[in-house]
Design a protein around this ligand. Structure first.
Ligand SMILES: Cc1cc2nc3c(=O)[nH]c(=O)nc-3n(C[C@H](O)[C@H](O)[C@H](O)COP(=O)(O)O)c2cc1C
Length: 234
């Protein structure tokens, strides 16, 4: 690979960011297939390739949005329903510690700040949370599942594949938002997908063309410098 090609690869990786406002421009099915074919070159332990992907557009997308938004609104009104919508695996810790909680807070307030949402404005926060289940208006939803029999390693494998999807999409002028928010509603999501009983929802990706004029898409998150998270031993 020459230096120009290296720059293209780096650019595809570093220009990816979570987009939370999309245009309704459709995405060609062939483009989605190409992205998934490239992404499937991801490594997986002993090449088990544990991933399964559901590509949801059109009527199915509308049904998904309607049913999950209704469930989210009902959940806000009746918090006792939370037990019904437990994630199948804990994505976040029960007890947060620094520096992770600090970064999480900075991320939340950075996003809300851009959207003009102040502390205590619960209705506005709920409306923004609901945008997850409207796919931020993206025309395509990708839902990723693995077989429940597979261990934690399959979650590592599929995560690498998911990152490939986002970078390959970016290289084609498309944007994405990875979404764990859907995991709470796995009974509804898997039912709409017609997924077999032995499949577990890992996360979703909203996929489409970014709305270049929406302020939410100007949100670029910081990263720690390499020396802060790396130990060089010689
Ligand atoms: C597995 C995973 C799940 C995520 N779930 C959500 C989500 O449900 N809603 C959302 O708005 N962002 C979600 N994000 C996006 C993160 O907030 C985002 O990646 C992080 O703030 C870093 O910003 P960047 O993606 O723009 O670089 C998720 C990211 C990952 C990796």
């Amino acid at each position: 690979m020459n230096m120009e090609q290296v720059r293209y690869v780096d650019e595809a990786i570093t220009s990816r960011h979570s987009v939370r406002a999309f245009l309704d421009t459709p995405v060609e099915t062939q483009t989605i297939k190409d992205i998934l074919a490239v992404a499937s070159r991801a490594p997986s332990g002993t090449n088990v390739q544990p991933w399964k992907v559901y590509v949801v557009t059109g009527q199915k997308r509308a049904e998904m949005i309607d049913r999950v938004c209704a469930a989210q609104i009902e959940l806000l009104q009746k918090p006792e329903l939370a037990a019904q919508y437990q994630e199948t695996f804990a994505y976040y810790p029960e007890t947060w510690i620094s520096p992770f909680i600090d970064r999480r807070r900075a991320n939340g307030w950075g996003l809300y700040g851009l959207l003009g949402i102040q502390k205590g404005e619960k209705e506005k926060m709920a409306a923004q949370q609901l945008r997850n289940f409207q796919l931020f208006d993206a025309p395509v939803a990708l839902y990723f599942t693995v077989n429940k029999i597979m261990g934690i390693g399959s979650k590592m494998d599929i995560s690498m594949m998911i990152q490939n999807v986002m970078v390959a999409a970016k290289a084609r002028g498309l944007d994405t938002c990875p979404q764990a928010a859907w995991n709470h509603f796995h009974p509804i999501v898997l039912d709409i997908l017609g997924a077999p009983e032995d499949e577990e929802l890992i996360c979703a990706i909203a996929l489409g063309y970014a709305d270049p004029d929406h302020i939410v898409n100007t949100f670029i998150t910081p990263r720690e410098p390499v020396e802060n998270f790396t130990v060089f031993l010689d």
